[in-house]
Design a protein around this ligand. Structure first.
Ligand code: SF4
Length: 171
C-alpha cells in the first residue's frame, strides 16, 4: 500500500514539474512577461473616462482604469475570465499599448501595467523589451493593413466558424 502511495506521490511531483517546465518553456518561447500577482482594490481606482491618444504612434485606446502611484500613472485592464497559467499574448500587448499611450500623454512611462482577472491581478513590467514588442507588432499590423492579402495567424477551424468574415475569407 505504502509503495503505491509513494508511486502516486512521485507521479504527482513529476507531473507538476512537467507542467512547470512546459509553462516556463512556453513563456520563453513567446518572449512575453508572465507578470507577478499584486493586490488590487477597484475602490481607489479612477475610471479612464476618455480615450488616450498618441499622435506620434497614431494610436488610441482606453484602459479600464488609471491608478496613480508615486507620481506615475499605471493602466489597469479588467478581464472577466479567470487568470490563465500565462497571460495571453493579446492581453499583454493590449496593456503594453496602454503603457505606450500613457508614456505619450503624461510624458512618463509607467513602470508596469496591471491585468485584473477575476481571481487575481497580475503586474506586467513595461520593460524596453515589451515596448519594442508592441512597436514591432504595430508596424506589422500596419504593413498587413496595406497588403492586398494577408495569411491568417492561426489555423483554427472553430475560430473561423464563429468569424463574421468567413463568407469573404479565402482561407
Ligand atoms: S474565417 Fe475569419 S478567423 Fe478564419 S482565417 Fe478567415 S478571417 Fe481569420
Amino acid at each position: 500500500m505504502s509503495t503505491v502511495l509513494a508511486a502516486l506521490f512521485l507521479l504527482l511531483v513529476a507531473s507538476g514539474l512537467a507542467a512547470l517546465c512546459w509553462s516556463r518553456r512556453k513563456r520563453e518561447w513567446t518572449g512575453l512577461p508572465r507578470g507577478r500577482v499584486v493586490y488590487t482594490d477597484t475602490g481607489a481606482w479612477d475610471r479612464c473616462e476618455k480615450p488616450l491618444f498618441s499622435k506620434r504612434h497614431l494610436l488610441t485606446g482606453r484602459p479600464d482604469y488609471l491608478v496613480e502611484e508615486r507620481g506615475r500613472v499605471i493602466p489597469v485592464e479588467v478581464k472577466s475570465a479567470l487568470s490563465p497559467p500565462i497571460p495571453y499574448r493579446s492581453h499583454v500587448l493590449q496593456l503594453a499599448a496602454y503603457c505606450l499611450l500613457i508614456e505619450e500623454e503624461y510624458g512618463q512611462a509607467p513602470p508596469y501595467g496591471i491585468i485584473k482577472y477575476r481571481d487575481q491581478s497580475l503586474a506586467i513590467d513595461y520593460s524596453p523589451r515589451l515596448r519594442a514588442q508592441i512597436l514591432d507588432t504595430m508596424a506589422k499590423m500596419r504593413r498587413d493593413l496595406a497588403a492586398d492579402d494577408v495569411a491568417p495567424s492561426h489555423s483554427n477551424p472553430n475560430r473561423c466558424q464563429r468569424c463574421g468574415y468567413e463568407a469573404d475569407c479565402s482561407y
